[in-house]
Design a protein around this ligand. Sequence first.
Ligand code: ADP
Ligand code: AMP
Length: 211
Amino acid sequence: MILLGPPGAGKGTQASRIAESLSVPKVASGDLFRDQQARDTKLGRLARSYMETGGLVPDDVTIRIVMEWIKAHEGEGGFLLDGFPRTRVQAEALDREIVESGGIDRALYVNVSTKELVRRLAGRIICRSCQTPYHEYSSPPIMVGKCDRCGGDLYQRDDDKAEAVQKRLEVYFKETDPLVQFYREAGILREIDGEGTVEDVGTALLEAIER
Ligand code: ADP
Ligand code: AMP
C-alpha cells in the first residue's frame, strides 16, 4: 500500500497507526534520507542539498534506497510506503520492481486544503531519534520538547520553515499530484478527507483499506 498526499497531510501520523493496527512494516522515504543525513553518509549529504530547498531528491537515488528497504522487508505480509512514489518515474519503477509479488493493492490519498497544510507544517515538530511527528498546538507531546514514544529530542525541520514549504507545495502539485490520476486509472485509489481529527482520519483510512 502507499500513502499519497501533500506535505503536511498527516501521512506520517497515520502510517504508524496503520502499520501497528495491520502489523505491517512501513517506511517514509523522507525518514530514510533524514537517517542518512544524521549519519553524515555520502547519500545523506547529497539528499540534504535537495531537501533544504524543498526540491525532490533525484529519482535514481530515491528508487534505489526505497527498493533496498522493500527487499529487506520481503515476506513480512506486505508493506506501507509513505512519501514514495512522488514522481511518475518512481511509480513506474515501483510497479516494475514488485510485479512478481502482486503489485500495489491500495493507493490511499489523504486530501487536505492548502490553508490547513500550511498551518500544520508551521507547527510541526518531530523526534530526532524516531521521527514521530507532533504539532505544537494540535498534537503536543506530553513533556515539552520530548518524544512520547522514545524520549528523544523534538525539533522543527528546516524544510518546514515558510520559504521551503511554499516550494514543497509547488513541487507536490507539479510532480506528485498527477499520481492521484495515475492510481485512479489503475483502479486502486481510495480518497480520504484528511481534515478531521487524527482518530477520524485513521478510522476512514482503515475502512478504505478494507473497501
Ligand atoms: P506528512 O507526513 O503528510 O507530511 P505529518 O503526519 O507529519 O504529515 O503531519 C503534519 C503535521 O500535522 C504534524 O504536526 C501532525 O502532528 C499534524 N497532524 C497530522 N494529522 C492531523 C490531523 N488530523 N489534525 C490536525 N493535525 C494533524
Ligand atoms: P517528507 O519527509 O516526506 O516531507 O520528505 C522530505 C524531503 O525528502 C522532500 O521534500 C524531498 O526533498 C525528499 N524526499 C522524500 N521522499 C522523496 C521521494 N519519494 N522522491 C524525491 N525526494 C523525496
